[in-house]
Design a protein around this ligand. Structure first.
Ligand code: ZN
Length: 414
C-alpha cells in the first residue's frame, strides 16, 4: 500500500478517530507485525499534541499458547502492576486506539470454557476501572492488514504480500480513507447525525424485524432511548469516532422486551472461534434457545457468560447497500461485517443511548432498561429482504427499512 495513503489513514485515526488533545496520553494496542503502521499513527498523535504514546503490543500465537498451556488459575490472574496501570489510567484518561489485524480464526482449538472462565475472572477485577473511564476517554477501533487475516479473506492469492495488499485496499475503501479522509468523515458524520435526528423525533416504542429467512422478532425500546451513530462525545465534550469504519445507526433496546426468533446472516467470530448459521429465540427479552451449524458450544458459552449475556444490548440499522457490503469482501471481522448489515448485540447496552444519561446513576440506567454484562457481541441479521418497522407508543407503524435499505430520506426534500 502506498505510504501516502497509509499516512492519510493514520492521520484519520489520530484526528477523527481519537481526536487526540494537546497534552493527552495515547495507548495504541496492536499486533507486533503492525510496527510500521503503529509508527505512522504515533507520529500523527504527536503532531496532534500527544504527551506520550504507549504501545501495547499483542501477538496472537503467543496469546493462543498462553491459553493452551497456562493453568486456568494463572490465566485468570491480574497482576498487581496491571491493576496499578489500570488505576493510573482512570486518572490520566488516555485516548485509546485498538488496531485490529489478527487472524479471525487464530484462537481455534483453545478450550472455550477455560478461556471464558479466565476472561470472566479477569473482567471481575478490571471492570470497575473500565466503568470508571466510561464516556470520559476517547477511543477508537480500526483495522490494519495482518498477514494471516489477509490469507483468510483472500485465500486464492498465491503470495501473502498480494493478499495483504488487497486487504489494505479493502480496509482503506471501507473506511472512506481515500483522498482526504478527514474531510470525508466530516461529511459522513453529518449524514449519520441527520438520520438519528429523524429517528429520535418519532417516539418509537418498538422495532419489528421480518425477513424471508425466518426472522420474526419484536424488540422493545426505552421511552428515553436515543439512536446514535458515527461521532460521539466524551462527557467533557470532546468528539471522537469510536469505530472506523462505521455505517450503523444504533440504539440500546429495553431489557426484558424481545419476543420471537432471529437468524444470523453472516458467520460470527467470537474469541477466535467461528460460529455459523445460527438462530436465537427470545422470550421475555432473554435468549432461551440457540442453534448453530458450527460453533454451537461457543455460542451457548457466550450467552451463559453472565446474567446479562442472554439479553440484548444493541439494535443497529445498516443499509444493505453499504460501501462495505458492496465491496463483496467478507472480512470475518465484526468491525467490518457489522457495518455491512443490520445487527443485534447480546450483552452490555450503551448508557449514552439514553437521553440525558449523565443525569442518572448507573443503577437508574439499568432500571430504565439498559442491559449490563461483561460481553457485548454483535451478530449480523441484515439481508436483501429485511424489513424493519418502527411502532410508536400510540401504535403508528413507520417503515424504517424495506428490502434491506432505508425506507426514508433525510436529504433535501420531504
Ligand atoms: Zn453495532
Amino acid at each position: 500500500m502506498q505510504r501516502s495513503v497509509l499516512k492519510n489513514y493514520a492521520k484519520l485515526l489520530a484526528r477523527k478517530g481519537l481526536n487526540v488533545q494537546k497534552g493527552q496520553d495515547v495507548v495504541i494496542s496492536a499486533e507486533i507485525e503492525q510496527e510500521e503502521f503503529v509508527l505512522m499513527v504515533a507520529e500523527e498523535c504527536y503532531r496532534a499534541g500527544a504527551r506520550r504514546v504507549f504501545p501495547e503490543w499483542t501477538y496472537q500465537p503467543l496469546a493462543k499458547l498462553n491459553a493452551e498451556l497456562r493453568s486456568l488459575e494463572q490465566l485468570s490472574r491480574v497482576t498487581p502492576w496491571e491493576e496499578e496501570e489500570q488505576r493510573r489510567q482512570t486518572q490520566t484518561l488516555p485516548a485509546r486506539l485498538y488496531i485490529t489485524s489478527e487472524d479471525p480464526d487464530g484462537m481455534q482449538g483453545v478450550d472455550p470454557e477455560k478461556y471464558a472462565a479466565a476472561r470472566r475472572a479477569r473482567s471481575a477485577v478490571l471492570k470497575p476501572y473500565r466503568d470508571a473511564r466510561e464516556n470520559k476517554e476517547q477511543w477508537c477501533i480500526a483495522a490494519a492488514a495482518g498477514a494471516d487475516w489477509a490469507k483468510k479473506v483472500f485465500p486464492r492469492e498465491k503470495s501473502a504480500a498480494r493478499a495483504v495488499e488487497r486487504l489494505w485496499r479493502a480496509i482503506i475503501d471501507a473506511s472512506r480513507a481515500n483522498g482526504n479522509p478527514v474531510a470525508n468523515w466530516t461529511e459522513h458524520d453529518k449524514d449519520l447525525a441527520d438520520r438519528c435526528a429523524f429517528l429520535n423525533g418519532l417516539g418509537l416504542a418498538s422495532l419489528e424485524y421480518e425477513s424471508a429467512g425466518g426472522t420474526k422478532l419484536t424488540v422493545g425500546l426505552m421511552r428515553e432511548g436515543l439512536f446514535a451513530a458515527g461521532e460521539e462525545s466524551t462527557l467533557s465534550g470532546i468528539p471522537f469516532n469510536p469505530n472506523i469504519p462505521s455505517e450503523e445507526v444504533f440504539t440500546t433496546p429495553k431489557r426484558g422486551e424481545a419476543e420471537g426468533i432471529v437468524y444470523s446472516t453472516k458467520p460470527l467470530s467470537y474469541q477466535g472461534q467461528l460460529i455459523r448459521n445460527f438462530s436465537v429465540r427470545f422470550e421475555g427479552g432473554r435468549a432461551v434457545e440457540v442453534h448453530a451449524s458450527q460453533g454451537e458450544a461457543a455460542l451457548k458459552k457466550m450467552i451463559a457468560m453472565d446474567e446479562g449475556a442472554a439479553y440484548l444490548g444493541e439494535c443497529a440499522l445498516v443499509p444493505y447497500d453499504s460501501p462495505i457490503r458492496n465491496s463483496k469482501v467478507l472480512f470475518y471481522n465484526t468491525l467490518f461485517d457489522e457495518n455491512a448489515a443490520c445487527h443485534l448485540a447480546l450483552g452490555r447496552g450503551f448508557f449514552n443511548c439514553v437521553r440525558d444519561f449523565e443525569k442518572y446513576s448507573d443503577e437508574e440506567l439499568k432500571r430504565l432498561g439498559v442491559n449490563d454484562s461483561m460481553i457485548h457481541v454483535d451478530f449480523m441479521i441484515g439481508c436483501e429482504d429485511l424489513s424493519v418497522t418502527g411502532v410508536t407508543a400510540t401504535g403508528a407503524r413507520i417503515p424504517l427499512f424495506r428490502d434491506g435499505n432505508w425506507a426514508f430520506d433525510t436529504k433535501g426534500k420531504d
